[in-house]
Design a binder for this molecule. Structure first.
Ligand SMILES: C[S@@+](CC[C@H](N)C(=O)[O-])C[C@H]1O[C@@H](n2cnc3c(N)ncnc32)[C@H](O)[C@@H]1O
Length: 220
């Protein structure tokens, strides 16, 4: 199926870990959008147990850390995790796991992921959201920050597949090129899927490209 693309996507992120912080979040527009996301996130504090998925180099891990008592951050790339550990410190529990195989061992008050949903292929979306729902305690929250529209780099050499996945090209500074998944999900579709899993959903658009989605699980 799409496993080879997911493997290539992870290889790309493993190899670009050292480049990540200098190639992402550099424009003023992006900084403004992420500052707004950070403000919205702070409105959910204080919480107890937090989980971050696909933490990368720890850009959002640093923002999350003061919002709760304990933070676990997961990524499949050991290179990304090493940088996150260096950037954020050892009070975070970092774990290496493939999110397409991972199952939560406990429930959290806040589950957060930024710039990850758009890398989940449409065929795996339902299973992924089901797993996430199982990781949130009743009354707890999921926050997703991601793109609902392409940036200029996403328009380059991308191929739309039958199931709506977009395979985009990404290159390292040395010229090595990789294919990754990049999907701009329709926000009402994501909201409906989460509502069907017993969440109440609020979506904020941060600019013309990024959204912040807060889904709160019904308290029992
Ligand atoms: C676009 S980066 C986002 C990083 C961070 N959340 C941020 O916003 O800066 C995507 C992250 O997903 C991780 N990743 C890729 N495939 C994965 C997988 N199968 N399971 C877990 N993490 C994966 C990569 O290593 C990378 O750190």
């Amino acid at each position: 199926m799409d496993q080879h693309i997911l493997d290539e996507q992870l290889t790309y992120y493993r190899k670009m870990a050292q480049e990540y912080d200098t190639t992402n979040g550099q424009t003023d527009d992006l900084q403004r959008a992420f500052a707004r996301a950070s403000e919205l996130l702070q409105q959910l504090a204080p919480v107890e147990q937090m989980l971050e998925l696909a933490c990368g180099t720890g850009i959002w891990t640093r923002t999350l850390l003061p919002l709760g008592r304990a933070l676990t951050a997961i990524d499949a790339s050991p290179e990304m995790l090493a940088l996150a550990r260096q950037n954020v410190g050892t009070t975070v529990q970092f774990e290496q796991a493939d999110l397409f195989a991972w199952q939560p061992r406990q429930q959290y008050d806040l589950v957060f992921f930024a710039n990850w949903l758009s890398h989940v292929p449409p065929r795996r979306l339902n299973a992924f959201l089901d797993t996430i729902a199982g990781a949130v305690r009743p009354g707890g929250s999921v926050v997703i920050v991601d793109q609902y529209a392409p940036m200029p780099e996403d328009r380059e050499i991308s191929v739309q597949t039958e199931d709506g996945a977009i395979y985009a090209k990404r290159s390292l500074r040395d010229g090595q090129a990789f294919t990754i998944v990049k999907v701009f999900y329709d926000l009402p579709i994501i909201a409906n899927l989460l509502e069907a899993l017993d969440f109440t959903v609020a979506v904020h658009t941060l600019d013309d490209v990024f959204f912040f989605l807060h889904a709160q699980r019904q308290a029992t």
